[in-house]
Ligand binder design. Structure first.
Ligand SMILES: *Cc1c(COP(=O)(O)O)cnc(C)c1O
Length: 442
């Protein structure tokens, strides 16, 4: 299997695509040709790991990592991904619970897989690989957790000072010596600009061997196809019917994985994207121009994206808006609707959902009666509600128990450094910490 940039560069191997993150022409890597599967291919796949082995094998066909694929899968899917059973009258088949990993959100799957893969690629042990991430909260924690303590790998997380929640900051600053947490006196956009500039700086690149773990990396996408494949197969084997999904969407990484799974022949019928007030995707599918916007702050903050980068992959795979709108639905959900859904679902089911998941339950209610009854909907639950307790707890009037993984993170000591948002300050921070933090055996 070869990989091509959406803008034409390549072909490259999977290993090169994983290491580079973004293609040299600025495009995103996609598989040159998607493998096709039918039900027989997954015969006997009773657990998610066996589904993963079948699905990923063609993607790893020419990779140096092929012989390690089983281990990579074991490390990635080291937590359960169940579909919640709901009362008969709920209307939908259940929630796909993607929040049982180290930082209680679906990004743990992609980050875990990327860490397991990159740490196995052959390289000079004297020169560790430095993963640079800018984060507005969630991505950085998942990436830091996944690379924490891995020999020969160093993570540098940049986050905006004072603009992440207390619990999020804990998740960004509680890791071992190979994670450097930098609080930047600026905005998320400043953090992202610093990362982009550092990645493009030849001197820094030679000193630190940078790679990126943002959601543009194909290593974040591939493993996300697995939970769609497996849950749709389980549903199909039990009912004889395909599953349909509603996916809370920001940068379109999670949704793209679902669309990819369907394109590979998995039993998936409809796909609906739920966005927050950042409605570019919905508007585009409704006929508007694709014009990147400034992102708006909403309650579903991990979806506050004004320019979803994976749209470039989606158009390459399926086509422009006229084609896309025939095969994908989309709904925009306001903050008010998010709040109402959190309260309503708590009353109905007795458990809380996170603000991102609430966009999916609202989008479901917006479907026509026929659309609802003619499809078996699985709603994607992207984070544990206790991650967003400041929003959820006042709405439901009770406190939420912390999942064990989050409780463990919150009890660890924290360390960070603070810098001004300029390249000189970042260069100094990287140099000072490179020797005492990056030794392959620490
Ligand atoms: C990142 C994130 C999303 C959005 O996922 P994309 O792949 O960017 O569309 C939704 N919910 C949560 C909790 C997230 O962390």
């Amino acid at each position: 299997m070869k990989y091509l940039s959406t803008r034409g560069a390549g072909p490259v191997t999977l290993d090169q695509a994983l290491l580079q993150g973004i293609a040299p022409d600025g495009g995103l890597y996609i598989a040159a040709r998607l493998p096709k599967f039918d039900g027989d291919d997954f015969h006997g796949c009773t657990d998610i790991k066996s589904t993963a082995r079948v699905l990923l094998a063609p993607f790893f066909a020419e990779s140096a990592l092929l012989e390690d694929l089983d281990k990579i899968i074991d490390e990635t899917f080291c937590f359960p991904i169940p579909v919640t059973e709901l009362p008969e009258d709920a209307g939908y088949a259940g929630f796909l619970e993607l929040y049982h990993g180290a930082t209680a959100a679906f990004k743990d799957v992609g980050a875990g897989f990327l860490a397991a893969s990159l740490s196995r690629l052959k390289r000079d042990p004297a020169q560790p690989l430095t993963i640079l991430v800018a984060t507005s909260g969630d991505t950085g924690g998942a990436v830091a957790a996944a690379f924490d303590g891995r020999p020969g790998m160093r993570v540098v997380v940049l986050f905006p000072e004072g603009r992440v929640s207390e619990r999020q900051e804990k998740q960004l600053t509680c890791w071992s010596d190979n994670v450097l947490s930098i609080s930047v006196a600026g905005s998320f956009d400043d953090c992202q600009a610093l990362v982009k500039e550092a990645l493009a700086d030849a001197d820094l690149q030679a000193q630190h061997r940078f790679s990126s773990a943002n959601s543009i990396n194909i290593g974040r996408l591939l493993p996300q196809t697995i939970y769609y494949a497996h849950s749709s197969l389980v549903h199909f084997n039990r009912t004889g019917r395909p599953a349909s999904y509603i996916v809370p969407t920001g940068n379109l990484g999670n949704a793209f994985a679902c669309i990819m799974a369907r394109a590979m022949g998995l039993p998936i019928r409809k796909i609906v994207l739920a966005t927050n007030a950042n409605s570019l995707v919905t508007d585009y599918l409704g006929g508007a121009e694709w014009e990147p916007r400034i992102s708006l702050r909403t309650l579903a903050s991990a979806m506050d994206v004004g320019n979803p980068s994976n749209m470039e992959r989606l158009r390459k795979l399926l086509g422009e808006a006229e084609v896309l709108s025939k095969t994908i639905g989309a709904r925009t959900v306001s903050d008010q609707a998010i709040e109402q859904q959190i309260q309503k679902k708590f009353k109905e089911y007795g458990f809380a959902i996170c603000p991102h998941t609430a966009t999916a339950t609202f989008a479901y209610e917006q479907l026509s009666a026929a659309e609802r009854s003619e499809n078996d909907w699985i709603l994607v639950a992207t984070a544990h509600p206790a991650k967003f307790e400041q929003i959820v707890e006042p709405l439901i009037g009770t406190s939420l128990p912390l999942p064990d993984a989050l409780a463990a993170i919150l009890s660890r000591p924290n360390h960070k450094i603070t810098i001004e948002p300029d390249m000189a300050a970042l260069g100094t921070a990287l140099a000072q910490n490179v020797h005492d933090q990056s030794g392959p055996d620490r």
